[in-house]
Design a protein around this ligand. Structure first.
Ligand code: NAD
Length: 286
């Protein structure tokens, strides 16, 4: 699992999948299996074993790396691993936690600071043709005041979490942390598409709607608005607990990492079965 164990010819196209053992991560590993040498990133060995099994079944070349995306040292090791393995082709960053998994500060730390750490650390390795896809959420479409938006644009500041808390005027729950984090991820991809573009790369965010993964089911069990949101989603998939499949997200991520997606950068794309648009049409959101 250490970078020194990786022996791959310099020419390899290196493709990173974070949260590789999660719902969207596993679907992404499968979707990108044929595109290069996969660096599978997750928090725990059992998650990594899951991802490795999927990669092996798909006959993909891969290496597993235990890495907490909130740890600067772990993320630096990820960048070293990618550099040692070959040429940085793509990253699909799915690692994240939801409001039911942690309090506001931790959600913001994993989902936004973690994303910023990973994208920042890999920035110097971006070359002609590199693609980056960060998974946001439709939660990022909720309204956020302009003063908070500007705080969200500096997620690597040492006092970032305190700054956000001060701007909010109090501590905040996981739901608020999630909205802010996912808005911050969208803004980060818009912003950093400039520097990635100058090096020949692209950076895009995807905002999934209600997706049937462990995380999605946890929200379904605990968030009382979920049934109404499922009902309001224009795309109906009778028989499914949640209307979105992780493969829906992975298919778009794979497209965005392909040559076909090569004019798409600096934007957010929703994979939500129409839920955000329906919310606007029904007057729930601006
Ligand atoms: N499932 C949904 O309905 C839904 C909707 C919108 C957005 N999302 C977003 O999609 C992404 C993937 O979600 P999922 O549904 O596949 O969830 P999941 O819980 O199945 O997978 C998330 C993965 O991230 C890993 N992870 C968590 N914290 C980490 C850390 N600090 N460092 C490294 N890895 C870490 C977990 O171990 C897990 O394997 C998340 O960013 C989530 O916020 C999910």
């Amino acid at each position: 699992m250490s970078p020194t164990n990786v022996s791959v010819p310099e020419s390899k196209n290196v493709v990173v999948v974070t949260g590789a053992g999660g719902g969207m991560g596993l679907a992404t590993v499968q979707a990108l299996a044929a595109t290069g040498h996969l660096v599978l990133v997750d928090l725990t060995d059992d998650r990594l074993d899951r991802a490795k099994r999927v990669a092996d079944e798909a006959q993909a070349s891969s290496v597993a790396l235990r890495c907490d995306v909130t740890s600067a040292a772990d993320v630096a090791r990820l960048a070293e691993t990618v550099k040692a393995a070959g040429s940085f082709g793509a990253i699909v960053h799915t690692a994240g936690v939801s409001p039911q998994m942690a309090g506001g500060r931790r959600v913001l730390e994993v989902d936004l600071v973690g994303t910023a750490r990973v994208i920042d650390a890999l920035g110097p390795l971006v070359r002609q043709g590199t693609s980056g896809v960060c998974i946001g959420s439709i939660a990022g479409y909720a309204s956020v005041g302009p003063e908070l938006n500007s705080q969200l644009d500096d997620p690597l500041a040492p006092s970032f979490l305190d700054n956000v808390e001060a701007a909010l005027g109090s501590g905040f729950p996981g739901t608020t942390g999630y909205v802010l984090a996912k808005r911050g991820v969208m803004r980060l991809c818009e912003r950093l598409a400039l520097s990635w573009g100058a090096q020949g790369g692209r950076l895009v965010s995807i905002s999934p709607g209600l997706i049937d993964t462990e995380m999605g089911r946890l929200e379904l069990e605990n968030e009382e608005l979920m049934p109404a949101m499922i009902d309001a989603t224009p795309v109906k998939r009778p028989g499914m607990l949640l209307p979105g499949r992780p493969e829906d997200v992975a298919a778009l991520a794979a497209y965005l990492c392909s040559d076909e997606g090569s004019f798409i950068s600096g934007c957010d794309i929703r994979v939500d079965g129409g839920l955000v648009g329906a919310g606007r049409a029904m007057g729930f959101t601006g």
